[in-house]
Design a protein around this ligand. Structure first.
Ligand code: ACO
Length: 353
């Protein structure tokens, strides 16, 4: 009997687990559906810098089939077509092959942009022909593609550097940052910066907050931002806590900021309504924060991964914000669905250009 009840309990546990999982996926599916539908209403050209990668080819097929984007696979034509056939994908992909000779204007453009950054003409030629991250970046910069995705086969910083150098930040921005949207059963939070700025000062933190709030609005979420720390509103004062505090003050003084923001505060203060309304009822937030800005890259990167692995959140990202054109740098292990989701967010971004 003990055995039976043990097995039954296990089954119950499994059922409860499955229900929780579905509820959670429900929220993230709902969030993504908004974006996927927006993307389909006006699909844009997305350059996939790692066009010879099988996951990228499968993602391109899906984007094209579902009308989410017009993918451009960057790579060798014969390799891409062979792989597509091996994968049993019946489609006629758009391919840009950097080695096939018609890209002299890309070389000229890269040279023009980087000649005073130590790049010679022959190096420019080499970068365009041999490094597909540079090729795709120039493609977006000159307007032959509307957005770019890369990162599956590179270390994050080396995939990020070419778009930072060639495309750069938007006019009103100085810093890019990586945001993860984390969806739970009944709530969504946007975490930043999880991938780019190692040790941001208060100006950078303020800028990251604004970009992340803008991104939340793209997902129809009204932002409430918290600058996170290990201290609550001056309970500890040192160099570490001054930065998020200073960033919150800058944002509160900024006439362009039209969302509630406060800090510095601990993560539980940001998320638990009773703490905010009880102990810190003077805080500017009118509800739990959904834009969480971490004080540095260690905290941000570790924080979102804990939410994902222990908190059971579904993670969508990293979405690069602050760039002049939509660029997303994937992580190495990312799956086809991650690529398609990020392509859709890039398309929606490009629609607003
Ligand atoms: N925002 C916008 N542009 C930037 C930023 C930024 N935060 N940082 C650098 N740049 C620009 C520079 O202005 C420069 O442009 P320029 O050459 O036209 O003047 C260009 O990018 C290159 O800058 P460098 O200072 O030469 O590059 P650096 O070697 O510092 O690289 C990088 C910049 C890649 C962002 C670096 O800061 C970095 O490695 N960050 C951490 C990335 C990381 O390891 N993330 C954690 C892992 S991510 C994960 O989990 C997937």
């Amino acid at each position: 009997a003990a055995m039976t009840s043990g097995a039954a309990r296990e089954r119950l546990d499994m059922n409860a687990y499955r229900e929780r999982l579905e509820a959670r996926l429900g929220k993230s599916r709902e969030m993504m559906r908004v974006v996927l539908n927006k993307a389909k209403s006006n699909p844009k050209r997305v350059a996939l810098a790692e066009g010879e990668d099988e996951k990228m080819i499968r993602a391109a097929y899906q984007m094209q089939e579902e009308g989410i984007a017009e993918p451009i696979l960057v790579g060798k034509t014969t390799t891409i077509l062979r792989k597509a056939e091996e994968l049993g994908l019946d489609f006629d992909p758009t391919i840009a092959n950097p080695r096939d000779g018609e890209w002299d204007h890309y070389v000229d453009r890269l040279y023009e942009l980087r000649q005073r950054k130590g790049v010679t003409k022959s190096e420019a030629e080499e970068l365009v022909r041999r490094d597909s991250n540079y090729f795709a970046s120039v493609m977006v910069e000159v307007g032959d593609a509307d957005a770019m995705l890369t990162g599956l086969t590179h270390h994050y910083p080396s995939a990020l550097r070419p778009p930072l150098q060639i495309i750069g930040t938007a006019d009103e921005a100085n810093y890019a940052a990586g945001v993860y949207m984390m969806t739970f059963k009944n709530r969504v939070v946007f975490c930043a910066d999880t991938t780019v700025n190692l040790d941001p000062d208060e100006e950078i933190l303020a800028e990251i907050t604004k970009h992340t709030a803008d991104l939340a609005r793209q997902f129809n979420v009204e932002p409430r931002a918290a600058l996170l720390s290990y201290s609550n509103f001056g309970s500890v004062t040192n160099e570490g806590t001054r930065k998020p505090r200073g960033a919150a003050a800058l944002l509160q003084d900024d006439p362009d900021v039209d969302f509630p923001v406060d800090g510095e505060m601990q993560a539980d203060t940001a998320l638990v309504e009773d703490i905010l309304e009880g102990t810190y009822d003077f805080a500017e937030l009118d509800g739990p924060a959904n834009v969480l800005v971490f004080p540095n890259l260690e905290a941000g990167n570790i924080g979102y991964k804990l939410l994902q692995r222990l908190g059971g959140a579904e993670a969508i990202g990293p979405m690069l914000v602050g760039m002049d054109k939509p660029v997303h740098v994937l992580q190495r292990g990312d799956e086809v669905k991650d690529i398609v989701n990020l392509a859709a967010t890039a398309v929606v971004d490009a629609q607003e250009e």
